[in-house]
Design a protein around this ligand. Sequence first.
Ligand SMILES: [Zn+2]
Length: 307
Amino acid sequence: MRMKRYILVVLIACCPAGLLARQPVADMHLHYKWSQQEVTSAEQAIGLLADEHIVMGVVIGTPAELALELARLAPEKIVPVYSPYRTAGDWHRWVYDPEVVTRARAALDSGAYQGIGELHLVGGFAPRLEQAAVLQALLKLAGEYGVPILIHTEFSRPDGMLGLCRGFPGTRILWAHAGAILAPEQVARVFDACGNVRAGLAARDPWRFVNNPITDGHGRLLPAWRALLLRYPDRFLLGSDPVWPVDQLDRWDEPDTGWLELGRFWDYHRAWLAQLPDSVARKIRCENALALFRRTEAVSCVDNGSE
Ligand SMILES: [Zn+2]
């Protein structure tokens, strides 16, 4: 009895801050924008990834070439995806600009990029799928090159994503923020309808999408979200989406210090990951991302204890 209590105390004392914090993670949602480069150099960014035990990072550059600067420093770790955004306002203009398709094809053809995104489709700005020729062409292009396409939808119903994933079953879609504002049962509807969709939980934290939390005020997974993660352990990925202050989506006049907040975002995610069975947590924190971006040979999700 005494021994048991001793072991329990050791477990409680050792794990949350120690072992769990060291476990390797893959970050499926990193931005590296010119407004971030001003405060975080490429070298510093790579160092910050190491500090957080991030073994693979999917990087969206604004402009796109900035992702390649990180990839040059750590090619085994960085997965650059092609972003069509170059200037302020592109997040809602891209969908009407046919040149985006030409540039994306050239980017993928160069072999330098292993995905497309992040593409925003937000209610009030986005056209209907039938009229969205640029979006359709990019989905087709991603399928043709066999790379994932990262799409951020923000609609009150899952129909938008259902239209995309059913219309392009041969394209692997990475759904940013798991639908952002959808309820767990709506996310489940998309998973059930489309085997080609994986969902990322970047920015589903206490600072973003605050009206649609996945945990309670104590960081405990909400029962419906916990059930969803357990039901679809192969479909979720995790990321940080380092943008700070949080209203930076379209701010071009101030530096963005998001990379300095990586620890904040990952500490939060690690705390709820620890509430899941090990095998499920390992998939969500790392293995699913490596599989989606085909990095399983090059990167390990197992802590080798070297740091
Ligand atoms: Zn997003």
